[in-house]
Design a binder for this molecule. Sequence first.
Ligand SMILES: C[S@@+](CC[C@H](N)C(=O)[O-])C[C@H]1O[C@@H](n2cnc3c(N)ncnc32)[C@H](O)[C@@H]1O
Length: 272
Amino acid sequence: MAGIPAPTGSGDSAEDAFETSLPDYAARNRAHWNAASARYQAEQGRQLRDSGGLAWGVWQIPEAELRILGDVAGRTTLELGCGAAQWSIGLARVGAVAIGVDLSEEQLKAAWVASREAGVTVRLLHASGEAVPLPDACVDIVFSDWGAFRFADPDLVVPEAARLLRPGGLLAFSTATPLLDLCWADDAVSPGDRLLRDYFGLGRLDFATTIEFQRTTGDWIRLFRRHGLAIEDLIELRPPEGATTTYWEPEAYDWARRWPAEQIWRVRREGA
Ligand SMILES: C[S@@+](CC[C@H](N)C(=O)[O-])C[C@H]1O[C@@H](n2cnc3c(N)ncnc32)[C@H](O)[C@@H]1O
């Protein structure tokens, strides 16, 4: 099976040894996130911090409103593609045993600094979400906000999440909607009102800087079911009236008020 081998280190810190024989997309994405991390955190970090970490997507819609993860106190949470771990820090503050995984060591350094500054413990692992160096059925919640479920191969990261979840555990992640990917031209700064790609051609999306992944809605459903994940919800996010974001241009707000730009899958490991 293609994918990323588990790190050879003990998995206790971001400094662990990391296997570098990555698939092409992971190597490209890792290089991008290492190079972009400082700028990304300078441009987006404030918005993420201002939300207290616990908010979803481009418009930072509060978890308190969406109630995707539910009560996390005393639960083990695993964030795949944690970036600077704003989410995991927020979860640790409300009592979760938080673990963050990221492919980029620069993003993990930012996570390490941020968790120290916040005075909370987040266990950080340098790995791909496709091969996490943790045992089977060891976490209650696997989640990600535009992280590994956008930048890793869904055929590898979904079964890996299923492996890590305890029976009855929750997988929740945000990503782009297929519709957004159909309408956003490679060289444009905002989506348009025309379909530019084939829906049935969705899969690996090669952009200038990163390689990202999408599935048709039917393909997502079959992928979850194949790996023992029962679907609870598909939430199509709509930015609240007047919402602003540091991520996208203002035209994207108008688009996202008319059509769903982001979605959150909420699925549960069977067998509780
Ligand atoms: C857009 S950021 C999302 C992080 C955080 N939620 C935020 O909003 O800043 C995407 C993150 O996914 C990480 N990433 C990309 N591919 C990954 C993979 N295969 N496994 C784990 N993390 C990955 C990147 O390094 C980056 O930190």
